[in-house]
Design a binder for this molecule. Sequence first.
Ligand code: IPM
Ligand code: MG
Length: 373
Amino acid sequence: MLCPSICKKGAGKMKYKIAVIPGDGIGPEIVSEAIKVLEKAGEKFGFQLEYTKLLMGGASIDVHGVPLTDDTIAAAKASDAVLMGSIGGDAKTSPWYKLEPSKRPEAGLLKIRKSLNLFANLRPAYLYEELKEACPLRDDIIGGGFDMMIMRELTGGLYFGERRTTLENGIRKAVDTLTYDENEIRRIAKRGFDIARKRRKKVTSVDKANVLDSSRLWRAVVEEVAKEYPDVELNHMLVDNCAMQLVRDPGQFDVILTENMFGDILSDEASMVTGSIGMLSSASLNETKFGLYEPSHGSAPDIAGTDKANPIATILSAAMMLRFSLDLDEAADAVEKAVKQVLREGYRTADIMSAGCVQVGCRQMGDLIAERI
Ligand code: IPM
Ligand code: MG
């Protein structure tokens, strides 16, 4: 719930409670830079953020033995929004991966999404003019660039269906189930159409209706919802075709509406065609204005603590938080503009570096963006 408290008369600053989950790997570094930028935006636009640091993922396992505690969930719920870095470690070397799957870092992330009912995951992917060099696609394919919003269902499907591993007559067997009911599909579809209305009014619903029952229901319900949005164009695309179209003609997409697992895969692909996964922000929202904001990328344990991480995805996620949860659109615009300006001036972290640009570390990238607000 959004419950901003206004200070005593005179001070006049809007105050918001932000739960901060730095997490593991590069998480703490990128979150620090996002906070730096938020603080600058607060000074400039007259709002104040109060941060409560929470443990999740490996950082929570180390202290509590589990990746997410009930106290952490309660503290997150009591805030206006949650800002997160990334969780997880190296699956080969980290002791966290010797634990049973339900106690590993990723389980914490899935649990917080479910507990806070964050069913709508928005992942914008667009090509910055300045990063065309980093885009792996040919010029004739990227043409006039692209700007899409992936709307991924986040609390159902394969991620949350029943699963088990058994041994039957000496043969190991594993089962995962992909389940959706029509209400789950309807609420995410509505979000997708609402967002499309504010953009280029086109929804591509992605499924595997030629094989899966869950996709056939998905398609039917999306068509029902579409009737309420006659001004929005709807088309359906099979997920394998979508994976191909993303690298053949990314400019054709406006809103991609899809189930949890397909959205996980397609959003990584979409991020890479923008030049780097280090650029892709995300918002995970429930029915109210409350949301959790995190970069779409992982915790990159191989570069943790080396000041090499790209903080831009986290900074852009913080901008989404200002816009969606706190209604601070002007400040959100300013953060996004500052990111563009820094890129235009030629500053790059290692992942998006190209000839003729100036390479900077994570901290300096944060400083440069904050200075331009
Ligand atoms: C993501 C991540 C997570 C997911 C992992 C870390 C569980 O890949 O946010 O896309 O699969 O949802
Ligand atoms: Mg993913």
